[in-house]
Design a protein around this ligand. Structure first.
Ligand code: GDP
Length: 231
């Protein structure tokens, strides 16, 4: 069973000083609002309502921290960042995002990996690209193209190829991968769990289990032909 199923809420940080202080590795989740980030976190942790999305653009910007590992001895944290890209968000909210999450991504010492969630139908938007600018080349990145069930096989493969090409341009040789993901059709879940576990516990063998729905930027490979592509 994945260690992510032990995830539990520990703290909401509205400023960096409130983040965990034990130096354990942290994996951050980022994405536009409505990209499917909360749904992804919940399905990765096999939980119903660990993370939930805020529909209120004016809400305080905060980082939600979840510990994983044995209760007395966590091995690391999952950090849920606020969704960005609310057209209606007041400027100070947008600035708050830049300040808190931007600073977190650029400077956080225990950060060992970033998962960017992006709707496969929109691919990487301007805001996603801006955000990627903040992820240091030394930090591994996994881009999960969410709601893959919304596209047919050919279209989702094309989207994945386009995103991989873009990521190569943007990140060069920096550790980067992209994968198709669907919470509802359970595409890419085990692969992403394996990646995150590997970031948190590098000595452990990577558990990909998903059988071909994860792609390294260097090695795109065909998707399992058996996956259905209906809505
Ligand atoms: P967040 O704002 O990024 O946290 O997004 P949510 O997780 O709240 O998801 C936004 C909407 O997308 C919700 O209506 C979800 O039910 C839907 N959604 C999330 N994941 C999937 C998926 O894999 N497939 C489909 N079809 N819809 C999804």
């Amino acid at each position: 069973m994945s260690v992510l199923t032990t995830a539990r809420f520990v703290v909401t940080a509205v400023e960096p000083s409130q983040l965990p202080r034990d130096g354990l590795p942290e994996v951050a989740f980022v994405g536009r609002s409505n990209a499917g980030k909360s749904t992804a976190i919940n399905v990765l942790c096999n939980r119903r309502r660990l993370a939930f999305s805020s529909r209120t653009p004016g809400r305080t910007q905060a980082l939600n921290c979840f510990a994983v590992g044995p209760p007395e001895q966590p091995i690391g944290y999952l950090i849920d960042t606020p969704g960005y890209g609310y057209a209606a968000a007041p400027l100070q909210v947008k600035r708050g995002w830049d300040q808190l999450a931007g600073q977190y991504l650029r400077q956080r010492q225990p950060l060992v990996g970033v998962v960017l969630l992006a709707d496969v139908r929109r691919q990487l938007t301007e805001l996603d690209l801006r955000l990627l600018d903040w992820v240091p080349a030394s930090i591994p990145l996994a881009v999960a193209l969410t709601k893959a069930d919304k596209l047919n096989q050919a279209d989702r493969q094309r989207a994945l190829r386009d995103v991989l090409a873009r990521l190569r341009e943007l990140r060069g040789a920096a550790p980067t991968q992209a994968l198709l993901f669907s919470a509802t059709r359970r595409i890419g879940i085990e692969a992403l769990v394996g990646t995150i576990e590997h970031w948190l516990v590098p000595a452990d063998p990577v558990v990909t289990g998903g059988g071909g729905d994860a792609y390294d930027a260097d090695e795109p490979s065909p998707e399992k032909p058996s996956e259905r592509s209906d809505d």
